[in-house]
Design a protein around this ligand. Structure first.
Ligand code: SAH
Ligand code: SF4
Length: 347
């Protein structure tokens, strides 16, 4: 069965022509899919023969709400979505003054094994298709009756470990007849798979790239992020500079402050030295405590001191507030609990 929502318009045209139908039908199908049709029978302006052909050869990918939690503090919504094979991922919908932003998943689980991350701790199941990434956004829009203007690929999974599907998603999300979310409104976060950063740079997309650094050197970084052993920081930072050269888009760095691990003044100074003159921005995020990791977030004073030291090196840093702290909004936590419950139920 063909995953019809992952097809580009030219691919959709090939599909209908090969099925013996006129090419213009493809645009009609695309419009229905863009409107969120979940069933081929909804596509009223298609002849019955074409609908039958589609029913026997294709499926429409949807995300169904398995669980939903709404934060009492800030109305952040966390979804656990299920796909047709029963696999689940998390998405987080956030309300800002300027509109709605959603954090979506790109994989079921993750292979990268970062020690502070709930997703990393629960292993890897499979990558998501482009349509499954779109479906998370569509389902949240439908559920809340809203239009989402910004997307961050910061949910479960490593986007650059699912490169082709993510790039396909980026192009489909911009479709004016569909979600109509342009590249400049999409942020991709990566743990730093250097060769794929170059592949991405070569595409010259206008997306925002965020790199999860979480340490000022390889020694500390490799304690929490195994990927640091494969791609040392020097190569990673060079890739970020080259990315900027190629695309004109500045890279943002994510830095989760973990008490006693990466939050000392010495760490801040070392990071400041390395990022000085790069005009890069650092997002400082107090680490979300994940069961079983033993990590604690740095206190406010430490967060501020870290930011001040970076500022002294000319590196701008923002201490991010954490949204939805009462609903396990750090991705991977809800699914992990859900899986645990299911396992407990099964024993
Ligand atoms: N795999 C990608 C994107 C998904 S993770 C990446 O690693 O960048 C999205 C962000 O959440 C990353 O910056 C990641 O380091 C961070 N993160 C993961 N677990 C966290 C936790 N417990 N507390 C704070 N940030 C966390
Ligand atoms: Fe994967 Fe990102 Fe979690 Fe690391 S932080 S395990 S790369 S999802």
């Amino acid at each position: 069965m063909t995953d019809i929502k992952s097809l580009t318009l030219p691919e959709l045209q090939n599909l209908v022509v090969e099925g013996g139908f006129p090419k213009f039908r493809a645009a009609q199908i695309r419009d229905w899919l863009g409107k969120g049709a979940a069933d081929f029978d909804e596509m009223k302006n298609l002849p019955a023969a074409l609908r039958d052909f589609l029913k026997t050869s294709c499926y429409i990918s949807v995300a169904t709400i398995e669980k939903k939690q709404v934060s009492r503090y800030d109305k952040t919504v966390k979804y656990l979505f299920a796909f047709r094979d029963g696999e689940c991922v998390e998405s987080v919908l956030m309300r800002y003054h300027h509109g709605y932003s959603i954090c979506i998943s790109t994989q079921v689980g993750c292979k990268m094994g970062c020690t502070f991350c709930a997703t990393g701790k629960s292993g890897f199941s499979r990558s998501l298709t482009a349509s499954e990434m779109l479906a998370q956004i569509e389902a949240a829009q439908r559920d809340e009756q809203i239009r989402i203007s910004n997307v961050v690929l910061m949910g479960m999974g490593e986007p650059l470990d699912n490169f082709d599907n993510v790039v396909r998603f980026l192009s489909l999300a911009g479709d004016e007849k569909g979600l109509n979310i342009g590249a400049r409104h999409i942020t991709l976060s990566t743990c730093g798979i250097v060769p794929r950063i170059y592949d991405l740079a070569a595409l010259k997309l206008q997306i925002n790239l965020a790199v999860s650094l979480h340490a000022p050197n390889d020694e500390i970084r490799s304690r929490t992020m195994p990927v640091a052993k494969a791609y040392p920081m020097e190569r990673l930072l060079k890739a970020c500079r080259d990315y900027f050269e190629a695309t004109g888009r500045r890279v943002t760095f994510e830095y989760s402050l973990i008490h006693g691990v990466n939050d000392s003044d010495a760490c801040a100074r070392e990071l400041g030295q390395k990022l000085r003159g790069t005009h890069s921005h650092v997002n400082l995020i107090p680490v979300n405590t994940v069961e079983g990791t033993g990590y604690q977030k740095s206190d406010r004073q430490r967060q501020q001191s870290f930011a001040n030291i970076l500022a002294a090196y000319g590196v701008t840093a923002t201490v991010r507030r954490t949204l939805g702290s009462d609903i396990d909004a750090s991705c991977g936590q809800l699914r992990r609990k859900h899986m645990k419950k299911e396992n407990e139920g099964g024993i």
